[in-house]
Design a binder for this molecule. Structure first.
Ligand code: ATP
Ligand code: LTN
Length: 329
């Protein structure tokens, strides 16, 4: 048991949550609760780096909190809170903007390049600066480990660099955090294009299975998922990326080992494989949605309020020291 270590992670309420989020991020958080001091945030100030409808954003914040709970995050063991309830996140982000974060670093961020595409000059400054807010989230609580999907590794490395630079100037103020990325399932791919990650900002909803998808809709999406050429069921991400992605989903949602699955499907075709996979996905979703629907809004508000109280205290202590160090107090 390593109860001393602090874990921090978060998801932004910017779109429908899908099985990629569950497999790549939340499922590993659930396991970590037994071993560590865990903090999980709904990082709403990250969501507004792209346009959001206020009504929908409000609804999604609640939805993500329920998804955390339905997935097995236990508020008795972990802290769940809303980022915008704690002003220290944005305050620290500003301080890090001035001390530690460099334009040259931000220019290297691949997620920004992907998201901004050809419009780099016209997207918001927030989208560009987003990794610094993420560094603030992490560094504010002396986080040791940040469990995330593969796409966030570069941002966690930036948080480490910022911490080191700040510490060089002011002494040992921040811990240098480490990203933790699952071996399998760190990057669940789109059902329509295995070269792209399953994404909540993708317009074609058939690319992903949402955690709250209607069960029959989810079944159809699996049956329509693209496969590779050939007929045999093999795990080969290089040459059979679509099938390997489906095998990963099968294994992780159905609690099976990939080599065992490959063996069981020897001599069987894609049709049969997909039918069984659809069954596994539907069973997982039915169980998940049952739990989700049993959680009331009131319950969530209480949990978020309790999280807020705890985090206000911890964050204010850190900010007091920081304000003094940099000379504004
Ligand atoms: P978008 O798809 O809009 O770019 P996102 O889904 O990557 O956003 P978040 O919602 O903040 O952004 O992601 C939450 C967590 O889920 C992160 O740790 C991220 O790495 C992980 N994650 C997101 N998509 C996948 C995926 N397809 N496979 C595995 N993990 C994922
Ligand atoms: N940038 C992350 C979400 C995020 C996060 C964090 C993850 C914001 N702050 C702190 C871990 C720790 C994303 O887009 N997935």
């Amino acid at each position: 048991m390593d109860k001393q270590k602090i874990i921090f992670s978060g998801i932004k309420p910017s779109g429908e949550m899908h099985i990629g989020h569950y497999i790549g991020a939340i499922s590993q958080w659930v396991d970590m609760q037994k071993k560590y001091n865990c903090i999980f945030s709904i990082v709403d100030y990250h969501a507004i780096t792209v346009k959001q409808d206020p009504e929908i954003l409000r609804k999604r914040i609640l939805e993500i909190a329920k998804i955390y709970l339905a997935a097995g995050i236990d508020p008795k063991k972990s802290i769940i809170f809303q980022q915008s309830a704690i002003p220290a996140h944005t305050e620290l982000a500003w301080i890090l903007n001035c001390y530690g974060a460099r334009i040259a670093d931000l220019n290297k961020m691949t997620q920004f390049k992907d998201k901004a595409g050809k419009n780099q000059e016209s997207v918001s400054v927030g989208l560009y600066d987003y990794p610094v807010l993420m560094a603030a989230d992490i560094l504010l609580y002396d986080t040791d480990i940040v469990p995330v999907g593969e796409d966030q590794k570069q941002h966690v490395e930036l948080a480490r660099d910022i911490a080191k630079r700040f510490n060089n100037e002011f002494g040992e103020v921040f811990k240098t955090p480490q990203a933790m990325i699952k071996k399998e399932g760190a990057r669940i791919m789109s059902l329509l294009d295995p070269q792209k990650k399953m994404s909540k900002s993708e317009h074609n909803q058939n690319n992903s299975i949402a955690l709250l998808d209607d069960l029959e809709v989810a079944r159809k999406k699996i049956m329509r998922a693209i496969t590779d050429s050939g007929t045999t069921i093999e795990y080969d991400p290089e040459n059979k990326p679509a099938l390997s992605n489906l095998l990963t989903i099968y294994a992780l949602l159905g609690n099976r080992e990939i080599p065992r699955l490959v063996k069981d499907y020897q001599g069987k075709g894609y049709g049969e494989f997909k039918k069984d996979l659809a069954e596994v996905v539907v069973k997982f979703l039915a169980n998940f949605q049952n739990k989700y629907n049993s959680i009331s809004d009131d319950e969530v508000f209480k949990i978020l309020e309790a999280g807020k109280e705890k985090m206000l205290k911890i964050s204010e202590e850190k900010m007091k020291k920081l304000r003094k160090l940099i000379g504004v107090r």
